[in-house]
Design a protein around this ligand. Structure first.
Ligand code: PMP
Length: 284
């Protein structure tokens, strides 16, 4: 079955789908995106993703390409046309196309592309494998709260991670504190079982999965604290994990080749994986 993408008002074969060479997303990374997970044919936390999209667009003064309602309809249509039961949908809104110039005409029509892809659904077993991360200096800009397609520092750090047999790079700021992963939020569990993740500010993306995990932790009676933590503290933590819409809750058992805790997936992380997978079955 051929994959179908949505590009600027048209459903078109994924294989030849493209935007104009002067699309500002292509030339200036002048655009924003979202990735939403699909489980059993249902979007996970779609309204939170659309809220964040709304904020990213607002911050960059890009208008919505359609109404929010129409947007949801197109998202569902793309998923249905591609018969995706489990996987994710990628959407990108750019400022639009115009003659190349750093400044832009105020009345540009934004571009919208959407496509979906299938992935295997995680089970508690497949999700409970321990992964390695490496640390890298955080060389990104000062507005990481906006989900822009300007991702080159993240691309470079992730590639370094993959070359080192790791799944993610945790980014470290000039104060030695971990901000987040290249495409995920970072968490540790302290020796006294407190869940720690960095508070929301301009240095990180406000992850939808991060928020869901904070809510789950509260329901489970786990003590969670939003505060910055350092690379040194992370290496001495009892457990570590990262969260994102595609990685879900991923246990981390090594940072820079140093074991975290006993080097195995810890009990707090396991409980969160189980509960997050349950949340995916019954998203609210
Ligand atoms: N931080 C960054 C830099 C990301 O790219 C992502 C994934 N988009 C996240 C955190 C996690 O966000 P979410 O849980 O909404 O996928």
């Amino acid at each position: 079955m051929p994959r179908i993408a949505y590009v600027n008002g048209r459903y078109t074969p994924h294989i030849g789908a493209g935007v104009h060479i002067e699309d500002r997303g292509f030339q200036f990374a002048d655009g924003v995106y979202e990735v939403i997970s699909i489980c059993n044919g249902q979007f996970i936390d779609i309204e939170l993703h659309l809220d964040r999209l709304d904020r990213s667009l607002f911050e960059l003064e890009i208008p919505w390409p359609t109404t929010r309602r129409a947007f949801s309809v197109i998202l569902r249509e793309v998923v249905q046309r591609n018969r995706v039961k489990n996987g994710s949908v990628y959407l990108q809104v750019t400022r639009g196309s115009s003659d190349r110039d750093f400044a832009y005409p105020e009345n540009l029509s934004p571009s919208l592309i959407i496509y979906a892809r299938k992935t295997l659904r995680d089970t508690v077993e497949t999700a409970s494998v321990g992964y390695k991360v490496i640390s890298k200096p955080d060389i990104r800009w000062k507005r990481c709260d906006i989900k822009t397609v300007s991702l080159l520092p993240a691309v470079m750090a992730k590639q370094a991670a993959v070359r080192n047999g790791a799944i993610e790079a945790w980014l470290v700021n000039e104060q030695g504190m971990i901000t987040e992963g290249t495409s995920s939020n970072a968490w540790i569990v302290t020796l006294d079982k407190k869940l720690i993740t960095r508070p929301i500010d301009n240095s990180i993306l406000s992850g939808v999965t991060r928020q869901t995990v904070l809510n789950l932790a509260q329901k489970l009676g786990l003590n969670s604290i939003e505060r910055a933590f350092s690379l040194v503290e992370a290496k001495e933590a009892k457990e570590a994990f990262c969260t994102s819409s595609t990685a879900l809750v991923k246990p981390i058992v090594e940072i820079d080749r140093e074991k975290i805790g006993d080097g195995r997936v810890g009990p707090v992380t396991k409980v969160l994986i189980e509960n997050y997978l349950r949340h995916m079955e019954n998203p609210t």
